[in-house]
Design a protein around this ligand. Sequence first.
Ligand code: GRF
Length: 178
Amino acid sequence: MKKIIVFGSGNGSNFQSIVEYFKNKDVEFVCVSNKQDAFILQRAKLLGIKHFYVPYADTYKFLEDQICDLVILAGYMRILPANVLKLHTFINIHPSLLPAYKGKDAIKRAFDAKENLTGVSVHYVNEEVDSGEIIVQQSLEIRREESLLELESRIHNIEHYIYPRVIDRVLFNSQVAI
Ligand code: GRF
């Protein structure tokens, strides 16, 4: 049995796609949010997954007592310090072709800059925003005629496809296709 702790601050659509992908595998989930009213906690409740509101300041205290194989950040909007990152292996997903467009509003910034290409990056987490070692990236072309909403939706679809599969590779050392 593997155990994954998922941290998020908002919607939780990546969290849900990960849980659904692993539903017939031997993986236990715990969901954590630094926002008491985050929808990710509602999703966890509906999915029957243990969930906790953990204020940012209590993150170390919470994680030092946990035994787990991976910590997954999925829309977690805080930067974790070195002492926390030393406790476990952390992975994040970011909606750009890193190192381009680190930080907030990455999709909109790439769209507004009229980039031809953007994408999704899954990476290990270090102390700097969206800067850890990249595990997998997938690019997509920004279509001249599409709206920001359409681009966001296409990026989220890629995220929902690749994040569970990258986790599968890391967790089980598998060669699952991406
Ligand atoms: C995703 O776009 C992810 O790349 C970024 O935050 C967003 C989270 O979305 N880090 P959700 O909460 O998983 O729906």
